[in-house]
Ligand binder design. Structure first.
Ligand code: GDP
Ligand code: IMO
Ligand code: MG
Length: 421
């Protein structure tokens, strides 16, 4: 048995939460493998809207186990809030949720360091979600971090204090003002409050499930263009969001990966700073933002909007080994007379087909192909037969360019607004 992976192919917010929830009926285990509360995964069904940050998106299905893998970073305060929000929905938490002992902890001082670092960068700021992600992964790779399993150790408090001392010295260097005491109080109370969620040695557990024939779906966070190695560095997050991250973030071997579901929006969005070759600064960009409700699920910030970028999508498919594509939010394009799709770039005056090293506007300009739009409202369509011909042409154009089939089309935020292609 293998582990399937579902991940974002753009700059995040592609709709991963919706599709993981939609797919969960076919899986026994949903496992988050990287990122932390910088993620905001939205699920809509039965008239309810849920935004999950750390908890995997299979949580509303009774017979599914949800695992937070070793590659994830956890802020107990955000995690507690998420658990509290599940209160009215009769989720049997100790039964359906477990955390890897090896998942790293986001300390209150990591959040402060994130803010101090962004402030120091000034105009060059990453546009981080300020959830402490960067500093936490820095401590992980710097071999200073604290892990969930450490909370079970008798000397946890000493370990905590030792790390906080280092952080305070750094914050002093930044001349950053803060009031740590209330943050610490909230943090320790949260650790206590979440202690009913089991900590497990997740790698042997996952391998046992694989050996028992259980079906596992690994849920990615962020998107491939935010990957620490392959994204638009330095305007990226601090983890490997690509498929390889599922191996390191769960302890699954590369030859155990099965299907790789790559999710993309029918256009592009990005929240935070950094290059975005097909960004629209005009009324059409505004229309996409308005029709797509493009405001961050975690921070509420307006998302930058632009046309679909096919060379960037092809690159993401290549580094992830995507086997099936899932297209989201095509309904948002309804009503546009014509659609532009980037099919190449002009880079320093030369025509190129791939995403180059430098992506800033002064070097890179997209080359567009124009396609016909569609006027029809597609949000109630139940099968591809019902879709307008020009939308079918749009889909065929993408499949042709990328060479991978689009297997699922999402035409609205609700679980039911999903069409098998
Ligand atoms: P994620 O981070 O990849 O899980 O995506 P987000 O939840 O941050 O952002 C996706 C947003 O689009 C959410 O508000 C979803 O409810 C919404 N959404 C998902 N699929 C569709 C769709 O097909 N059409 C529309 N209009 N909205 C969608
Ligand atoms: P989901 O899982 C969209 C962006 C931030 C910022 C950069 C670095 O919901 O798709 P960080 O807080 O990680 O240091 O921020 O990455 N970012 C996201 N953008 N969706 C996300 O997650 C994101 N997580 C981080 O806006 O530009
Ligand atoms: Mg999101």
């Amino acid at each position: 048995m293998s582990v399937d992976v579902l991940l974002g192919l753009q700059w995040g917010d592609e709709g991963k939460g919706k599709i993981v929830d939609f797919f969960t009926v076919n899986y026994n285990v949903i496992a988050r493998f990287q990122g932390g509360p910088n993620a905001g995964h939205t699920l809509e069904f039965d008239g309810h809207k849920h935004v999950l940050h750390t908890i995997p998106s299979g949580i509303f299905h009774k017979n599914c186990k949800n695992i937070i893998g070793n590659g994830v970073v956890i802020d107990p305060v955000v995690f507690k809030r998420e658990l509290d929000a599940l209160g009215p929905f009769q989720v049997d938490l100790p039964q359906v949720l477990a955390i890897s002992r090896k998942a790293h902890l986001i300390l209150p001082t990591h959040r402060l360091l994130d803010a101090a670092s962004e402030k120091a960068k000034g105009k060059q700021k990453i546009g981080s979600t300020l959830k402490g992600i960067g500093p936490t992964y820095m401590d992980k790779t710097g071999r200073n971090g604290l892990r969930m399993g450490d909370t079970e150790l008798p000397d946890f408090m000493e370990r905590y204090q030792a790390l906080v001392q280092k952080h305070c010295a750094l914050l002093d260097q930044h001349n950053f003002e803060y009031d740590l005491a209330p943050m610490e109080k909230e943090w320790f109370e949260a650790i206590e409050a979440i202690s009913h969620v089991p900590l497990i040695d997740s790698e042997p557990w996952i391998h046992e499930q694989i050996n028992n024939g259980q079906k596992i779906l690994a849920e990615g966070a962020q998107g491939s263009l935010l990957d620490i190695d392959f994204g638009t560095y330095p305007y990226v997050t601090s983890s490997n969001t690509v498929c390889a991250g599922a191996c390191t973030g769960l302890g699954v071997a590369p030859n155990q990966i099965g299907e790789v579901y790559g999710i993309f929006k029918a256009y592009c969005t990005r929240v935070g700073s950094g290059p975005f070759p097909t960004e629209l600064h005009d009324a059409t960009g505004e229309t996409l933002r308005k029709n797509g409700h493009e405001f961050g699920s975690t921070t509420g910030r307006p998302r930058r909007c632009g046309w679909l970028d096919l060379p960037a999508l092809a690159y993401a498919c290549q580094i992830n080994g995507v086997t099936q594509l899932i297209m989201m939010k095509a309904d948002v394009l309804s009503g546009l007379e014509s659609l532009q799709v980037a099919t190449g770039y002009t880079y320093c005056g030369e025509k190129i087909q791939h995403l180059p090293y430098r992506l800033e506007d002064q070097y890179l300009e997209p080359v567009y192909t124009e396609l016909k739009g569609w006027k029809e409202d597609i949000t109630q369509c139940k099968s591809t037969d019902e879709l307008p011909q020009t939308m079918k042409d749009y889909i065929a154009f993408i499949e042709d360019f990328i060479g991978i089939p689009i297997r699922l089309i999402s035409v609205g935020p609700d679980r039911t607004q999903t069409i098998h292609a």
